[in-house]
Design a protein around this ligand. Structure first.
Ligand code: GNR
Ligand code: NI
Length: 179
């Protein structure tokens, strides 16, 4: 298991369109394990493979809903390979989104609140489900990554440019070590 470096905008790799996974190999399962480790460490609730520099149509999600009672949050790791949206509701819902590739910036994004999705799970088994709530938000955010789209692309140019400018400034003042 390994924690992988997460690419940040404006890295051009984040703009690549990810390619479909052909077969679920052991190598892919190792990548999936590393993606979960990386996501939990960040911490984040979703991660697309392209964010760790692998432009394949693969993403992981764990909403990690904290338990009602005291104790550790319950982990519910979900793997989506070659996901597709079959149907989306006309009704939209705003949600305050963030992204590990756009660190420390948050903005409301409106997305369909109900989608029907199809994907392969970690065993390569075909799944199809109606998805709502927070999972619908994060799945659509991650699927955007597979198309080279970041949540800031859904904002006005003014808001997007403001975030990009602040990121560039923060980086100039506090350069990050190249991974
Ligand atoms: O950790 C994350 N939180 C989050 C919050 C609201 C909407 C989407 C997300 S996904 C994000 C992790 C990430 O960047 N995934 O690509
Ligand atoms: Ni993201």
């Amino acid at each position: 298991m390994a924690i992988l470096p997460i690419l940040e905008t404006p890295d051009p790799v984040l703009r690549q369109i990810s390619i479909p996974v052909e077969t679920v190999t052991d190598e892919l399962r190792t990548l999936i394990d590393d993606m979960f480790e990386t996501m939990y460490a960040a911490p984040g609730i979703g991660l697309a493979a392209v964010q760790v520099g692998v432009p394949k149509r693969l993403l992981v999600i764990d909403l990690q809903e904290p338990e009602e009672e005291e104790g550790e949050p319950v982990r519910k790791p979900l793997v989506f390979i070659n996901p597709e949206i079959l149907e989306a509701s006309d009704t939209l819902q705003p949600y305050l989104e963030g992204c590990l590739s756009v660190p420390e910036h948050y903005a409301d994004v409106e997305r369909p609140d109900r989608i029907r999705a199809r994907w392969l799970d970690a065993d390569g088994k075909a799944r199809e489900e109606e998805i709502t709530g927070m999972l619908a938000v994060v799945l659509q955010h991650e699927m955007d990554h597979l198309q080279g789209i970041l949540f800031i692309d859904h904002l006005s140019r003014l808001k997007r440019d403001m975030i990009l400018r602040k990121l560039a400034k923060a980086r100039k003042e506090q350069p990050r070590k190249a991974a």
